[in-house]
Design a protein around this ligand. Sequence first.
Ligand code: CUA
Length: 203
Amino acid sequence: MQTEPIQAKCKQFCRDFFTQLNAVHIDHLERKWIAISIIIITSLVGIIVIDAFFHGVNPPSKVETIDSASLHLSKEFAEENLGVQTDEKGNVVVRMVAGRYSFFPKHIDVPAETPITFRWVSMDVLHGVHIPMTNMSTMIVPGYVAEITTTFPKPGEYPLLCNEYCGMGHNHMWSNISVIEKEHWTSKQNTPVPAAKGGSVNE
Ligand code: CUA
């Protein structure tokens, strides 16, 4: 019963709106620029929609918690389990701890052209990690495990920098990583650690 008057109101509103819009004088050049901006905005929104729904590009939503104060006592991030390991399926997993003002371990060797899963935790404040000239970059939020999987196409020496201001020593907070040719890289084959899910195992 209520729908008809609402529909009529909407139609009336739209009619009024477009009549008023037509009555406004917009310069020819201005119209062009309005059209160009609308096209740019529509294309950008289109790209985001296509990426989200067809290419599966989404913001990270996996939430895995860990207690920063006791992570060194947990299985996964205990000192002897840090660094590069190969799990039972052959996946290369790197576990690193960020703390003022370094990344631990200080140096790691990883193979090129191989998917590598990095698992980062912070033992104190907010840090970030970035490997220049690669797409490896993430924030390391205390209380959460930051996981990122990437592949390094080219062998070489890469710095590993903190990119979130974390205190007076922030600009000295770095570590390095050697990307070694796949054939020459041998994993350390430590005892695999079961990846903790949902934080419960870590606590
Ligand atoms: Cu850690 Cu800046």
